[in-house]
Design a protein around this ligand. Sequence first.
Ligand code: ZN
Length: 200
Amino acid sequence: WHRWIYDDYYRSYMLPLEKYGIKIHHDDVQVAWDRIVKKDYVHYTAQFFSAGWPVNFWRIDGMTEEDFEWFEAKYPGWYAKFGAYWENYRDLSLPNNPPSLWVDTGYVYPHRCWSCMVPCLIREDFVVVEVDGELYTYCSELCRWTHKNAFAGEYEGRPTPAMGRFSGKREWETLYHGWDLADAIKDLGFVRNDGKTLIA
Ligand SMILES: [Zn+2]
């Protein structure tokens, strides 16, 4: 993670933008690192995407004992926080079980961030704010600022171009609210010609 954030993202992408006059907030790199590594962002993300497999076109396999050991060795303390979730996930991934989201395993489906579209996975960073009379949820203060300020109709006296606005069909939780799961999967195009789903 260190190489990806500091070398790939910061040194080879963000820093070179400085010479074009773009102001780089250098401290944000440390914040990104803390979110991803210290606040378990990667682990919450894996959990979220595994839970959502019924409405996806791929699925994470249940873990083996070897996988559990690998995670605990690489991220000490991982099992205490996420072990029970992945044990349940493994059991429920066996044939004739309902999707794990349909079973009370203690996992709470998170709110979606209206800016980056990733769910709000770090509890202490979660923000709710009203924009044009509607309540929106954000994963972080920066994402709140992006929607509320930077991508508002106008920013610092200049109108925001259409491509910078958050409009249209942005996330399936709203789009498919109240639908039957089978109809949502058909509508998403995840049923093959032979009648099976893409992951069956
Ligand atoms: Zn966000």
